[in-house]
Design a protein around this ligand. Structure first.
Ligand code: ADP
Ligand code: MG
Length: 730
């Protein structure tokens, strides 16, 4: 039996799995694998607990003596839960997570051993990490990189290992990970937002950016997955004819969840809850075999860690259920791909969501300030948002009419559009000469703020950055992405924008304009100048592409070009001045992204060549032989006339099969030459472009012939599981 049929019969005969379902209420075990706030309060000395709190809230350093106390409490807590090892857990620029386990035990030099974990090991380590991408920052002869404890994200247990979230930096201090720039961006937005909040409320001392992600994914039976080399090696199918039934009936979306899938979800949720990941919502997505999981939002750093952790846990739990999780943005052609919506907002330590309209005109002035500044930030730096979501996988989605286009715009809904239009046309400024009237004017200004009522049904699924009542939803992030990158960019551009805003307002105040007038006039100016980035219509339509072009908005469809936005003078200045990334760090990151891009296309190209030549062509040749043998026999028994009349279609079919085989082989050869040529290109950017423009176009050309063969060749001979099997066998 062929591999395909063995895999199919395995998949079809899966016995129902028993799940480690807990019948206890979630609150009994939620967060029990986390060295979280409650445990720290109980297990730490008051000084150590305060030190952690200050480190989390104010970024203060923890001294070594207190770190010793924390380490010892952590070890005791973990050991009591069967933990034997610890690791610094970090997020290198591969996009995934990294861990290197060390045992707690140390020989006591008297033939025995003791369990040991000191503060110094908690605070900093030097992993031999020479193989992580560094974009030329670290020479291999000086491969030292440091991991340093991030006390603002709690340690947790996976299996028998204590995982300590850390940053990862080079010997000379440059960031080599996703967390470091994120933490810096969160600090920048905190400072900038707090100083703007002071206009409205002196009591605000801290602003946290929040993130609530929604993770889409596919599940495929592991036996079928393992017999598709393209899924195993690239995470997506490079060939495969669309099944007769795909998603056209919309019968999967929000449909009843298949039992085997539900078992997987329940165990995944259980594991997440142990780890304090507040997952709450699960449902079937649009495409067959596609699902979504979403948590309650959290502070952005913790939320990013939780999403990275989730992607890892998902994989492990799926394997236990004989599933494989596909996080790729476009695992299957012709059906929807997967994204990861990033819901983002800003919250104060006085309990206010700054993007939530208030009940009074005064609180609405604060809301409008943050709301309009967000729009202005997207207007000024939208290209950086585009760069932050660029990846080989996401290129398949952006602009492919299932996800927002590659044009960055924002949707705010009809009510808020009306409010902004009204404000734009309200004349509220007193002339500077009429200073005597300022108090009345203040009343006027506040009274002119319209009441803001929001209709929750006012949604636009085609916008990349939509306001959804009390948060913005960045909908164009790729499903496999680390959220740190878009979150770093979003918070950085907002921090810069708020700084610019404050400077403009303060200047007016210095000139004697009252505070509210000053705020209003700057906001009014922003409403006018950022109109181009607001779009309320259908983001999937051709009209929008044309209109956006007229408005001067960029529409960059491929990763190598989108990444250019990271290294413009404006971007370098922005990141450097806000202490997010130095020029060196930014350029290194740019290089790493380009390398990642062309290596992915290179791998896909190799796999496609291999599949075509070693799997598809041999099967098609067998069929070709069957056809020609059968035609030969017919020729022997039939008269020439009868043969001409009855075998005509079979002769045609044979010709078609031979033609597709020939085209598939010769296109594969051409693709190989294009690859060889691209490999000779020296610079990362040009090489990425060569892969994008000279190699990638062969994918669709080859696929067309292979997919035609799939439709023609005897099903018994076809070597790879087909779409209908991958997507529908549960
Ligand atoms: P959907 O977009 O699918 O309709 P919701 O809008 O209800 O779903 O919620 C999506 C996500 O937005 C959830 O993860 C939720 O926790 C998150 N969210 C809600 N409020 C905020 C906020 N203030 N900041 C960030 N995320 C939020
Ligand atoms: Mg959403």
């Amino acid at each position: 039996m062929s591999i395909r049929f063995t895999a199919l019969s395995t998949a079809l005969n899966r016995s129902k799995l028993q799940v480690a379902k807990s019948t206890e209420p979630v609150s009994n075990y939620y967060g029990s694998h986390v060295f979280g706030d409650a445990v720290m309060k109980k297990d730490l000395t008051p000084e150590a607990y305060t030190a952690i709190k200050n480190a989390t809230l104010k970024g203060e350093k923890i001294d070594e003596q207190l770190a010793d106390q924390v380490a010892s409490a952590m070890k005791a807590w973990a050991s009591a839960r069967g933990v034997t090892h610890y690791t610094h857990w970090f997020q290198p620029l591969t996009g995934g997570t990294a861990e290197k386990h060390d045992a707690f035990f140390e020989p006591d030099h008297q033939g025995g051993s003791i369990e040991k974990f000191e503060g110094s090991l908690l605070i900093q380590q030097e992993p031999d990490a020479s193989s992580f991408p560094n974009g030329g920052i670290r020479q291999t002869f000086e491969a030292r990189g440091y991991t340093a404890w991030d006390p603002s994200s709690p340690a947790f247990i996976i299996g028998t290992t204590l995982c300590i979230p850390t940053i990862f930096v080079s010997y000379t201090g440059e960031a080599l990970d996703n967390k470091t720039p994120l933490l810096r961006a969160l600090q920048a937005i905190d400072e900038a937002a707090v100083s703007v909040c002071k206009y409205f409320d002196e009591n605000v001392t801290k602003v946290n950016a929040s993130l609530g992600w929604e993770q889409e994914y596919f599940l495929v039976d592991s036996a079928l997955y393992n017999s598709r080399p393209d899924l195993v090696l690239t995470g997506r199918t490079l060939i495969g004819h669309a099944p007769a039934k795909g998603q056209q009936l919309d019968d999967h979306y929000f449909g009843s969840i298949p039992e085997r899938v539900l078992n997987f979800m329940q165990e995944l949720e259980y594991e997440c809850h142990l780890l304090g990941i507040p997952v709450k919502t699960r449902h079937n997505e649009v495409a067959p075999g596609q699902y979504e999981l979403a948590p309650i939002y959290e502070e952005a750093n913790t939320s990013v860690d939780h999403n990275s952790l989730l992607m890892d846990v998902m994989d492990k739990v799926a394997i236990r259920h004989d599933f494989r999780v596909l996080l790729h943005e476009k695992p299957f052609a012709q059906v929807n791909g997967s994204g990861k919506h990033n819901n983002w907002s800003l919250g104060t330590d006085t309990g206010k969501n700054l993007l939530s309209p208030g009940k009074t005109p005064e609180s609405n002035l604060q809301f409008l300030t943050f709301f309009i500044n967000t729009i202005k930030a997207i207007d000024t730096y939208g290209d950086l948002v585009r760069a932050s979501i660029a990846s080989a996988g996401n290129d398949h989605r952006l602009g492919a009419n299932e996800a927002p286009p590659a044009i960055v715009s924002t949707f705010i809904g009809s009510q808020l559009s009306a409010v902004l239009n009204q404000l734009e046309n309200t004349d509220f400024m007193t002339s500077l000469k009429e200073k005597g009237e300022r108090d009345d004017q203040k009343l006027n200004v506040v009274n002119k703020i319209p009441e803001i009522k929001l209709d929750n049904t006012d949604r636009n699924r085609t916008s990349p950055f939509a306001f959804t009542g009390n948060k913005f939803e960045l909908r164009a992030v790729g499903s496999a992405a680390n959220c740190a990158e878009p979150m770093t960019v979003l918070n950085t551009i907002m921090a810069q924008q708020l700084k610019d805003f404050k400077e403009a307002v303060d200047l007016s105040i210095e000139f004697g304009v009252n505070k509210e007038d000053a705020i209003f006039s700057v906001l009014k100016e922003y409403i006018k100048s950022s109109k181009n980035v607001r779009f309320e219509g259908d983001g999937y339509s051709e009209d929008w592409v044309k209109l956006a072009e007229d408005r001067g908005l960029n529409n960059v469809k491929t990763t190598p070009q989108a990444l250019d936005f990271y290294v413009t003078e404006t971007a370098k200045k922005l990141f450097a001045e806000n202490n997010i990334m130095s020029r060196v760090e930014l350029e290194a990151r740019h290089e790493i992204q380009l390398e990642k891009y062309f290596m992915r296309i290179q791998i896909e190209s190799r796999v496609l060549g291999d599949l075509t030549v070693n799997h598809i062509v041999p099967a098609a040749v067998k069929y070709q032989q069957q056809l020609s043998e059968s035609l030969n026999s017919l020729k022997q028994v039939l008269s020439a006339d009868a043969f001409e009349q009855t075998a005509k279609k079979q002769v045609e079919m044979l010709g078609e099969v031979a033609g597709h085989i020939n085209a598939a082989i010769s296109l594969s050869e051409e693709m190989l030459s294009a690859r060889k040529k691209a490999n000779k290109v020296e610079h990362a950017r040009e090489k990425a472009i060569a892969y994008c423009e000279e190699v990638k176009p062969y994918f669709d050309k080859i696929r067309k012939h292979v997919d035609k063969l799939e439709q023609t060749v005897d099903d018994e001979l076809w070597p790879l599981p087909k779409y209908r099997e991958l997507l529908f066998v549960k």
